[in-house]
Design a protein around this ligand. Sequence first.
Ligand SMILES: NC(=O)c1ccc[n+]([C@@H]2O[C@H](COP(=O)([O-])OP(=O)(O)OC[C@H]3O[C@@H](n4cnc5c(N)ncnc54)[C@H](O)[C@@H]3O)[C@@H](O)[C@H]2O)c1
Ligand SMILES: O[C@H]1[C@H](O)[C@@H](O)[C@H](O)[C@@H](O)[C@H]1O
Length: 345
Amino acid sequence: MAENLRVAVIGAGRMGADHIQRLHTRIHGAEVAAVIDIDLDRAKAAIADIPGAQAFATAAEAYRAGGINAAVIATPGFLHEQALLEALELDLPILCEKPLTPDAASAWKVVEAEQKLGRKRIQVGFMRRFDAEYAQLGGLVRSGELGELLMLHCRHRNPDTPAGFTNEMLINDSVVHEFDVIRYLTGEEITSVQVRLGKASSKAPAGQHDPQHVLIQTESGVLADVEIFVNAQFGYEVATQAAFEDGIVDIGRDAGAYLRRAGRWGGAVTPSFIERFGAAYDVEVQTWVDAALRGEIGGPSAWDGYATAACCEAGVEAQKTGEKVAVALNEKPALYGAAAGGAAQ
Ligand SMILES: NC(=O)c1ccc[n+]([C@@H]2O[C@H](COP(=O)([O-])OP(=O)(O)OC[C@H]3O[C@@H](n4cnc5c(N)ncnc54)[C@H](O)[C@@H]3O)[C@@H](O)[C@H]2O)c1
Ligand SMILES: O[C@H]1[C@H](O)[C@@H](O)[C@H](O)[C@@H](O)[C@H]1O
């Protein structure tokens, strides 16, 4: 591998633009060589302060122009399969934003393509694994000092949703994070998903039933419940309470200054994922760059992307029926190691 990663960032929207600035200003060992967006003006705007970087409307044009040795994929999830297969064809190290793909069959095609290369090239952007509090909770599970982990109560609240955010995306764009982090924390695969629809918010756009209650079970029987509420108005919250045999752990509460003034007390509500997970994205991307320079990946793999896509598929089915839907996984290829779910990092 060359001295520096010369990265093509595909998709310069909310997440892509954030990764472009991160790569340009804070990450060592990598530079933004190209930005690709179907909206060429957006690609040009994203490289305005990056000398030497080029803007393209398609990845194929950027690859033809040359000078690229790594890819970050930050287009909407339904476009990831094609972008992944193109980048794998060139044997590039890839950081692909979550979800790997939105359903199990397309995710498995990606796993098969990586198999053909015979080494792991894809890291999936499940940044919660790089968040300090999640890491601390994972450490408590693995150390056993609070006994066995029994239950997880997860809250996942967004202020609102971007245009085009469908009812299925509550599962395959949002709860996909919980699927991954539950696998990471327990080190187990998820065996079933159930979705219950209760009273819906009048603030949800047409077509979305929001909030939803998702019930998840893992191989050893750990139960997790997720409130996914993506038009919660007040701000951004990703929080978990973990119940162990010998203790209760809370993570993800708003931090920051505790202010008392004019007879009132309080602090600021986190506005979005950018603030909540900014530090985690930095660690995630630096870890990916460092690993890619060694010819490895540094976090969740294509297997994790596939396993969570299978959970999403079960979840989308469960949205329709209200029944508990079993998660079916193909046999895990040896490339991804023996450890279940959460071990990758
Ligand atoms: N890890 C996280 O916390 C996090 C946060 C936000 C988004 N994401 C993920 O990042 C990805 C992008 O989400 P976003 O919120 O930035 O979306 P977005 O809509 O803001 O940006 C997507 C960009 O892709 C471009 N695009 C669309 N079709 C394209 C094509 N065929 N070729 C090239 N560019 C194309 C669009 O013009 C747009 O600029 C999604 O997979 C999403 O789930 C992850
Ligand atoms: O794409 C975003 C992102 O992944 C956020 O981390 C999550 O909270 C949102 O629900 C999702 O839509």
